[in-house]
Design a binder for this molecule. Structure first.
Ligand SMILES: Cc1cc2nc3c(=O)[nH]c(=O)nc-3n(C[C@H](O)[C@H](O)[C@H](O)COP(=O)(O)OP(=O)(O)OC[C@H]3O[C@@H](n4cnc5c(N)ncnc54)[C@H](O)[C@@H]3O)c2cc1C
Length: 335
């Protein structure tokens, strides 16, 4: 605790760290289970640069922050609380039944600490974009990573695939479902073997070798990819697999640290029970992109729902055990 940190003021059944689709869905289940739940969120959802959320049944095309606004209102409608702020640390002490102390930092206010019986971590990830001039500004618009999110919107354009790793092979074949004109920029990051080269030829993919330097943008639209040797190749969209980094440094004191994801796409926090999101640290659950970088919004929301239910049951199990112990000790039980 630093000098300006206010002492722990409140104990919650569950503190949810991150209020995107995963966190708000978990919080909704918990609030409806009549749990005292606090969501702490600093409002930087991963898909914020995109105009709309696609492939979310009944909400297709909704703006990312409209989705979270609606989600917050639903959580609050059942008595859950949502606070703006960044969780900067979590420590554990030996307080029975409520061992987690969460430090929350918010602009213009002293740090404050809240105590939780259980934690649901849904803080998402950061996409680390390749250092190509002009690329970051187009991210989520005509520079994209996921055809299920954006493929429909860029269909039938010339779609470039910028290699940052061998994963580019997967993207080059996949995006062919949305356009017959795919250009794979190997970008000194990927060299197809003979079998892959044959597959690319069979799929009609054009392969362009050499490092990529910058994007050409005209009238606020991507129109080309310029290589370091000065050549420019016309494209109307560019697919890029960014390396992902889970946003979870604040968990280090609990012993939960990011590790390489098995798909080789970056880092994530692993679970010991993927179906519920239970982590290796008792009392801590994970859901959404912080543990599964491939999860789209609807999958992140589903994971949050499962984790919320699992946490509620874990609390019930602890409460029953405490009541049984009290009964055996001849004490009074308040069911
Ligand atoms: C450009 C782009 C477009 C996309 N388009 C689509 C699409 O059309 N359809 C689709 O299904 N998927 C899409 N996705 C994927 C989508 O972004 C993820 O599936 C989704 O965001 C995962 O939800 P989440 O709740 O796990 O994480 P997030 O939505 O990223 O939410 C995490 C939340 O936690 C907060 N947070 C993080 N750290 C802290 C902290 N220390 N303290 C407090 N708060 C914290 C963040 O500010 C954020 O609000 C897109 C992704 C990108 C990059």
């Amino acid at each position: 605790m630093n000098q300006n940190t206010q002492p722990v003021d409140t104990v919650h059944d569950v503190v949810v760290i991150g209020g995107g689709a995963a966190g708000l869905s978990g919080a909704l289940s918990l609030a409806r289970a009549r749990r005292d739940v606090l969501v702490v969120d600093d409002d930087r959802p991963r898909n914020a640069p995109a105009e709309g959320v696609h492939a979310f049944l009944t909400r297709d095309g909704v703006a990312p922050r409209e989705l979270t606004r609606l989600g917050r209102a639903e959580v609050e409608g059942y008595g859950g609380a949502v606070a703006s702020g960044t969780v900067t640390g979590v420590r554990r002490d030996d307080t029975p039944d409520a061992p987690f102390v969460v430090t929350v930092t918010a602009p213009g206010a002293d740090d404050r600490e809240v105590r939780a019986r259980r934690l649901l971590v849904t803080s998402g990830l950061v996409d680390e974009l390749p250092a190509v001039d002009g690329l970051a500004e187009r991210w989520g618009r005509d520079v994209v990573h996921c055809p299920y999110c954006h493929g429909w919107e860029v269909q039938d354009r010339v779609i470039g695939v910028l290699a940052t790793s061998p994963f580019a092979m997967h993207q080059a074949l996949l995006f062919g479902q949305w356009s017959r004109e795919i250009v794979l920029f190997t970008n000194d990051s990927f060299a197809p073997d003979d079998e892959q080269a044959e597959q690319l030829r069979a799929r009609g993919v054009t392969v362009v070798d050499g490092p990529v330097a910058r994007l050409r943008v005209e009238d606020d639209a991507l129109t080309g990819v310029t290589l370091a040797d000065g050549r420019t190749v016309d494209v109307g969209a560019l697919a890029v697999m960014a390396r992902v980094r889970s946003r979870a440094g604040f968990l280090a004191d609990l012993g939960l640290e990011a590790a390489e994801h098995p798909a080789g796409v970056g880092t994530h926090l692993g679970t010991v029970e993927p179906f519920t999101g239970r982590s290796a640290v008792p009392g801590v659950w994970l859901a959404g992109n912080v543990t599964e970088p491939m999860a789209q919004v609807v999958a992140a929301a589903a994971a949050g729902t499962m984790a919320g239910a699992a946490i509620n049951m874990d609390l019930i199990t602890a409460e029953v055990a405490a009541s049984v112990a009290a009964l055996r000790a001849g004490g009074r039980v308040d069911p």
